[in-house]
Design a protein around this ligand. Sequence first.
Ligand code: AVJ
Length: 315
Amino acid sequence: MSLTQFARDIEEGLSSNPKRLSSKYFYDAVGDKLFQQIMNLEEYYLTRAELNIFQTQKERFLELFDSGGAFRIVELGAGDGMKTKVLLKYFQGEGADFSYCPVDISANVLNDLERNVKAEIPELKIEPLAGDYFKVLADLKFKNHKRNIAFFLGSNIGNFRHDLAVDFLSSIQSNLHKGDYLLIGFDLKKDPKRILAAYNDSQGVTKAFNMNLLTRINNELDGDFKLENFDHNPIYDPLTGECRSYLIAKKEQDVCLNAIQKKIHFRQWEPIFMEVSKKYDLSEIEALANSTGFKVVENLFDDEKLFADSIWEVV
Ligand code: AVJ
């Protein structure tokens, strides 16, 4: 029997010391719903802040994007497109010459998005592309050339540790042309209490979001994790800007993953590292752009300066 990538990654992470799981596996059907709930939480300011940037600065976005000729917005990981629609509607109303290419690995997500965007903006030129980000960008690179503007929103870059962020952004850069843009969302360093509260909400939705990965492992790998034996423990380190989440074993125990015939031992109070959500300051954003073949064109902020949408140009 050949193991899935999921099985291999889970086995590898839980056999490591310290133990770790990848937050990219949070997003099964239940995880998607929980993340939707997180975005509506009072404590989770990120989504509202980025929406505020789009609502208050749509004119500026268009000035920056529309400087000569048609352009193509390529949204990496489009989701429900809720924030992007604000810009698309405005650009269309202004008669801008552009098209919209949402990219996602899930064709289902793209079908829903296309239906939903077309209902609101019937004249929009939309070309959904299912597949891996780099492959889609590489294909576009050799198509009829328009200026590409890649969108990577929502502080998704925060889930990468520094060296992986550099690799990821360098790969995006090498699949764009000189002069193309990248619009990238960064959550900014701020009062540590406010950051921690966003990942430790009072209703326990973020805890459920993390715990759901144990449930997913139980379901998909015939595991016997007992959720009541684990607690959710997020911490924020103001020095690195890393908010990190751990699930902590409350007692010594063994967990069996029957589908891969694996027994995992937990010491009492042993952590599993689940997720990093890195917060940036402006000097780090600039250094990251410069080290990956971009230059910062402009940073746009929400009214409270909680979040930045940074516009980068390929040099
Ligand atoms: C989707 C990666 C932006 O890190 O803030 C929300 C995921 N994790 N609450 C983030 C998340 C816990 C989120 N991103």
